[in-house]
Design a binder for this molecule. Sequence first.
Ligand SMILES: [Zn+2]
Length: 550
Amino acid sequence: MNTNDADLAFLPLGGTGEIGMNLNLYRCNGQWLAVDCGLGFGGPEHPEVDVMVPDPGFIAERRGDLLGLIITHAHEDHLGAVAWLWRQLKCPVYATPFAAAVLRRKLTEAGLLAEVPLHVVQPGGHLALGPFDIEFVGMAHSVPEAQALAIRTPYGLILHSGDWKLDPDPVVGPQTDEATLKRLGDEGVLAIIGDSTNATVEGHSGSEAEVRRALPELIRHLSGRVAVTCFASNVARLESIALAAKAVGREVAVAGRSLRNIEAAARECGYLADVPHFLSEDGAADVPDDNLLLILSGSQGEARSAMSRVAADTHPRIALGEGDTVIFSSRVIPGNERAVGLVQDNLARRGVRLMTDDDHMVHVSGHPARDELRRIYALLRPQWSVPVHGEWRHLTAHADLAREAGAKPLMLEDGDVLRLAPGTPQIVDSAPVGRFAVDGNRLVPMTGGVLAARRRMLFNGVVVGSLAVDEDGRLLGEARISAPGLFEPEDPETARMASEFLSAVADLPVPLRQDDFALGESARAALRRVVGRRLQKRPLVDVHLMRVAV
Ligand SMILES: [Zn+2]
């Protein structure tokens, strides 16, 4: 690809598919701007993986021309990968005070805080990076300070929406800045790169104020312990829950590291000023059940979260049972239905009453439904529309709506390089895309051998055989077999397989047994046959061969 092309192009490296890891790139006259750097969760499609991040290889190779990374808001799918990928990008990072406060905690945990040039831009602020002149536009969303980016270039103005909604009363922070959006529309918008999450939902996403009004009435009539789970980063919701607790005479305690971090980041930025500091888990122990409200992390059924552990009755300090209530003040992200169902089943089994957004006004979405999308098109009047942030049915629904609103839709997949100008927009190239799994404290390619082996072990188990031979290939002693995930260690079948394995190797021709590589391969094939006869499946098979001088 000739990066010296005089043009304006957009390239998503993540964010158009089923897993929302946003990593967007803009190129103008050979210089690059990155917008968001988020992570995604493995879910049922990738049971071998907890968390994934996009492969930034394409832009890492061009980081000499990468002017900066702008974070639109503090959600994990927009900033969660910065600490993992920054060493490959090595560029300045720009974020609003709240997103910067959240990011600083992640960079500190990763030991990167001193290295990353993190610059704070005020909501509604300006930033000039090479040929890009960027205006931040305040949008309502389910996290404070979400910003759309009006990106002015010599080729025209792009509106990168980020995540947004229209909310007449967002409770925390201002409404979406419709006056600025209209001003941008008057100036002339070449294209909108826009949120498609709720493009299949008719009507309006609803207002955070509705939840704020509903919660005290809901909680007032409850006795026993009340626990609420929501997205930690939803500061408006945390405040609504805390105000509801105050109104009905309950003290608030929080459990979960993500909630602690968000509370600290929020207070640092002046949010939650009207509610008392939350108690810790230990502090909760002294509060009578009828005077306590717990906020627990784990609204998506995350296995190690406070809510999952309470549901499984394995939490060291918090227990819920008969007469207690749990409110799920969140929606279930597609893919997490089973995990959330399991948590809810565990709670129901021990007599806990459940309230969710199916049966009570305890949640509104942070993304625009169709009426809100129509409104932004009416304000911006863009020539072109590039639906992002959604699965294909959401992207196509967004495209249809854009067309009805007078914009020409352009459909992209991750890796498509869309030249927006000069001339008619078209896909001119493709960039390699991929994903890394976060595995402990390292990144492992999703398509590499390690995770292929992990997947195979997950479903087919693993068999390891070991044997010793002398320099002439004579077998020494017994063979050993271990097959975790397939046989119990004491299963006599393991010993029978070991002896079959040993005789199969003993039958190999002598010259072959004298060559390490040939012997290893043949021994592995022999072990595979021994195992295959019993299991009718293909586990990961490995042989440890020790050649001993006697
Ligand atoms: Zn978001």
